[in-house]
Design a protein around this ligand. Structure first.
Ligand SMILES: C[S@@+](CC[C@H](N)C(=O)[O-])C[C@H]1O[C@@H](n2cnc3c(N)ncnc32)[C@H](O)[C@@H]1O
Length: 264
């Protein structure tokens, strides 16, 4: 664990913890994307599994996974995010159970020696670390053989983003992912492709068993107000996206790529 480093790494998220659910989790887009990720998780972890959630944010997925009957260790490096999870679960009973712990993605070696049946990292936590190879090696040590890792990461090529910012003549924002690294609220954000992620995971002894794209037909989360103004149109587009999501071009040209890896 690297507490000083974690504070520096998640300062931006500390500030967002109080508003995160309102501005993302509870929006039309946030629900659509999260339902898609949760449907994938439910396939592999229908209950009675011991799961590690990394960069758990405000705990929406931890609660879902526990409601299926899994036992979840929900972790994040941001103290305010962890406080939000604790408030969310206080006084509520789940079929499974949830514990919380402060863990930095860049230092999984600090986790105790426990091995998990599955690991989830949802919605871009992994975009906050520079060394995906080191992460994959450390992740491998935390998973039982046959266990799955579900990773949802922002990708580098997003036509929706080019269009959205291009129409506003904001070339800097439209092209920010192309160099694979940008600055956001004093944090470095990295944009590995699905292939980059696969290379790092394969080298650490994982085999990819599923992949899909999130945000090819549907826009990124900053277009939430726009989506709310056209609910029927975007409900229809959401169905189109779900049908096309596994096509390789959709995986590669989406806001996020979602991959499932099995530890060999
Ligand atoms: C976009 S949010 C996603 C939260 C959650 N997974 C969800 O589905 O809503 C990214 C999360 O990654 C966490 N994070 C960023 N850098 C991290 C790091 N180095 N170690 C652990 N968590 C980190 C942030 O605190 C934040 O909660």
């Amino acid at each position: 664990m690297n507490p000083a480093g974690s504070d520096a790494a998640t300062g931006a998220f500390d500030e967002l913890a109080a508003s995160y659910d309102l501005t993302f989790t509870e929006t039309h887009l946030g629900r659509y994307y999260r339902d898609r990720v949760q449907a994938v998780c439910a396939r592999y972890w229908p209950g009675a599994k011991r799961l590690l959630e990394l960069n758990a944010g405000t705990g929406a997925d931890a609660v879902y996974l526990a409601s299926l009957g899994n036992s979840v260790l929900a972790t994040d490096a941001s103290r305010p995010m962890l406080e939000t999870i604790r408030r969310r679960i206080a006084g509520r009973n789940y079929y499974g159970d949830i514990n919380t712990s402060r863990v930095d993605l860049a230092d999984l070696g600090a986790l105790q020696a426990e091995r998990f049946d599955g690991v989830l990292s949802n919605f871009g936590g992994l975009n906050c670390i520079a060394d995906l190879d080191q992460f994959a090696q450390q992740l491998s040590a935390r998973l039982k053989p046959g266990g799955e890792a579900v990773l949802c990461i922002m990708g580098p090529w997003v036509p929706w983003e080019w269009l959205w910012f291009g129409l506003r003549a904001d070339v800097t924002s439209a092209t920010r992912r192309l160099s694979r690294k940008s600055r956001w609220r004093n944090m470095d954000i990295h944009y590995p492709s699905a292939a980059d992620t696969n290379r790092a995971m394969q080298a650490a002894g994982f085999k990819r068993i599923h992949r899909e794209g999130l945000g090819f037909v549907m826009p990124p989360s900053y277009a939430s107000d726009f989506v709310n103004s056209w609910p029927r149109v975007f409900a229809g587009l959401g169905r189109v996206e779900s049908t096309l999501a596994r096509l390789p071009c959709v995986v590669n040209l989406s806001d996020h790529h979602l991959s499932v890896y099995r530890k060999q």
